[in-house]
Write a protein that binds this ligand. Structure first.
Ligand code: ADP
Length: 626
């Protein structure tokens, strides 16, 4: 029989498992039981859809240790696999996405990969020299045996088997100086592992157990009897009372089911009674999964109908802005025999989704209040998504999202909420000021920031592309408008100062027009300003499009037409350069024009923009030097 090779990446994972130094090798049992449970879920669901005569109580997992043969057998009567499925499922890694990611990260060792992801079936190679999988798919009359001793590859051949399901036989490794593999053949150890990792599995996990029993009619004579016992309590975690579940149990459940290596930032476990009744167990992760901001990430909650899994990722239960939430919903009110298409129109599901949204919102607000550090961690991971939510919902979700978003600010450069900002506002202040830029430090150095800070106003620092777009959807917060300190006409001046500036702009009109002409097409206007303190010039824009927005919009691949902001060069009215330009305009117009070009280029550089003609700029500066 031809031995087939594992696919390249599967081989890598396999090698890791075989040579693993991972200390929690016992998790192999959890992985196999979880696969068995999935296979029974699939069969049960199938039977409901097809109206087959199948009782849930007929489904179970059997674990049989055989110390003499040194084998451990895990049997289920679930959906089983065909020969093709055996090849497909056990010859390649199902979760290849996660492995690709890890494989790129060569620095990480196997301990990490095992801890971070459910590595599934292959983990059995941590404790086995050889594995046999005999399987018969439901409805088929052909059984097949998959055999592998690891790296050399595997074989698949037809065989005999009663009934449908899968029998996995592990040939347990010999003990080494460092590892006691024999323990996995001991009843007490198997009990312990099942209790620890798989107690909530909703099918009985059975094992023959040998113990002494008092011989009937005697008082001190014992018989060795073997009985099949059920090892797990089968009560799903979410059906238990909150006070019966420990933090460790929640974390363990979360890690096993949602493939995270960190404990969740928040667990939400509630029973909702009312129009629709349901239990829900939700988790807010502490960090973004590696694929979170990619197309391959699928949002959704597991959907159970009275303990039976009917959908693994029900997307309709979560709005996009809460797509990071993991967990499940279990409702008796949902029909079991429901298709994906029907679910979308299901009124009960809509009600559940609505109340979940409220719940998640209120729990996040609570987390922010009770555990600020953790909330900030969550926000750093998923804040961008929340802001995209604001933007994409066109103002309809302002109430849900406006109190969850945060920005850095000039206050202490830490993250702050809009509510906190407003709480610190001066009595006379009616505007929330913000500025956009690449980083907090760069914005802090913007010429326009000085004057605003000088007057004692706080500035929010927008460092993400989405920030300004999101805020435009928000329009205002707590009755306070937003103003971009670089582009909006912000009123920091006294009436007198305003009047003085107006005068200066009017009397300098000819000069300013001349400067604009000298600079050329790039600039929409030139004017004097009071908003700068030490810097000579800055850029601003007129109209809807700010420079930041211009940058973002033009970086989008779909925009063929370049979007242009109306750029205005502002000259500090109180800077010596203003007087110099005025004087030059009278005595040496050409020079004034050249200076205008240099100042415009400087302003662009300060904004983080490129200069149109760097050679010309360099020559002009050189001319000034020699
Ligand atoms: P995962 O369970 O994460 O998908 P595994 O490597 O553990 O990855 O399993 C790969 C696939 O093999 C499963 O997705 C499933 O389709 C199939 N499989 C594994 N064990 C069983 C089983 N006991 N019964 C039926 N199918 C199984």
């Amino acid at each position: 029989m031809a031995t087939k090779q594992f696919k390249a990446e599967s081989k890598k994972l396999l090698d890791m498992m075989i040579n693993s130094i991972y200390t929690h090798k016992e998790i192999f049992l959890r992985e196999l039981i979880s696969n068995a449970s999935d296979a029974m879920d699939k069969l049960y669901y199938h039977s409901l859809q097809e109206n087959l005569a199948l009782n849930r109580s007929d489904l179970s997992v059997q674990i049989t240790p055989d110390k003499e043969a040194r084998t451990l057998t895990i049997t289920d009567n679930g959906i089983g696999m065909t020969a093709e499925e055996l090849e497909e499922n056990l010859g390649t890694i199902a979760k290849s996405g996660s492995f690709d990611f890890k494989a790129d990260n060569e620095k990480k060792d196997d301990v990490d990969i095992i801890g971070q992801f459910g590595v599934g079936f292959y983990s059995a190679f941590m404790v086995s020299d050889k594995i046999e999988v005999v399987s018969k798919a439901y409805g088929s009359d052909e059984a097949n045996k998959w055999t592998s001793s690891g790296a050399e590859g595997y074989t698949v051949e037809p065989c005999e088997m009663d009934g449908n399901g899968t029998v996995i036989t592990l040939y347990i490794k010999d003990n080494t100086d460092d590892d006691d593999y024999s323990q996995f053949l001991e009843e007490y150890k198997i009990r312990e592992i099942v209790k620890k990792y798989s107690d909530y599995i909703r099918y009985p996990i059975k094992m023959p157990s040998t113990h002494s029993k008092l011989k009937e009619g005697t008082e001190d004579e014992y018989d060795q009897v073997t009985e099949v016992v059920t090892l797990n309590s089968m009560v799903p975690l979410w059906k238990k009372n909150k006070n019966e579940v420990t933090a460790d149990e929640y974390s363990g459940f979360y890690r096993d089911n949602y493939f995270d290596y960190e404990e969740p930032a928040k667990v939400i476990h509630t029973k909702i009674e009312g129009q629709v009744e349901y239990n829900t167990l939700l988790f807010i992760p502490r960090h973004a999964p590696f694929d979170y901001y990619t197309k391959s990430y699928e949002k959704g909650l597991q959907l159970f109908s009275n303990g039976v899994l009917i959908m693994d990722k029900c997307a309709d239960l979560l709005p996009d802005y809460f797509s990071f939430v993991k967990g499940l919903v279990d409702s008796e009110d949902l029909s079991l025999n429901i298709s994906r298409e029907m679910l979308q129109h299901d009124a009960q599901l809509k009600l559940i989704a609505k109340s979940l949204e409220k719940k998640i919102h209120s729990e996040l607000v609570k987390l922010m209040k009770d555990s600020r550090d953790t909330y900030e961690k969550v926000f750093k991971a998923f804040g961008t998504q929340l802001k995209f939510g604001l933007y994409n919902s066109f103002g309809t979700k302002n109430d849900v999202l406006s109190d969850l978003i945060m920005f850095h600010s000039s206050n202490d450069k830490k993250l702050t909420t809009l509510k906190e900002y407003v709480g610190r506002m001066k009595e006379s202040q009616d505007t929330i000021y913000y500025a956009c830029g690449e980083s907090v430090d760069k914005i802090d150095l913007l010429p326009q920031s000085d004057a605003v800070k000088e007057k004692g106003f706080e500035i929010l620092y927008f460092t993400e592309d989405v920030d300004e777009f999101a805020i435009q959807m928000l329009r205002e917060f707590d009755g306070k408008k937003f103003a971009n300190i670089c582009t909006d006409n912000i009123e920091l001046d006294t009436e007198e100062e305003k009047e003085e500036l107006k005068e200066k702009n009017e009397s300098g009109k000819d000069l300013l027009d001349y400067l604009k002409e000298s600079i050329g097409e790039g600039v929409f206007g030139v004017r004097f300003t009071n908003k700068l303190k030490n810097h000579p010039v800055c850029l601003t824009t007129e109209g809807e499009i700010s420079l930041e927005m211009e940058k973002v919009l033009n970086s989008m691949p779909t925009n063929d037409q370049k979007i242009k902001a109306n750029v205005v060069l502002e000259i500090n009215a109180n800077h010596p350069i203003a007087d110099k330009l005025t004087a030059l305009y009278e005595t040496d117009k050409d020079k004034a024009g050249e200076y205008a070009k240099i100042l415009y280029a400087q302003a662009r550089l300060i904004e983080g923009l490129s200069v149109d003609n760097p050679t010309e700029l360099s020559n002009m500066i050189c001319n000034l030097m020699v």
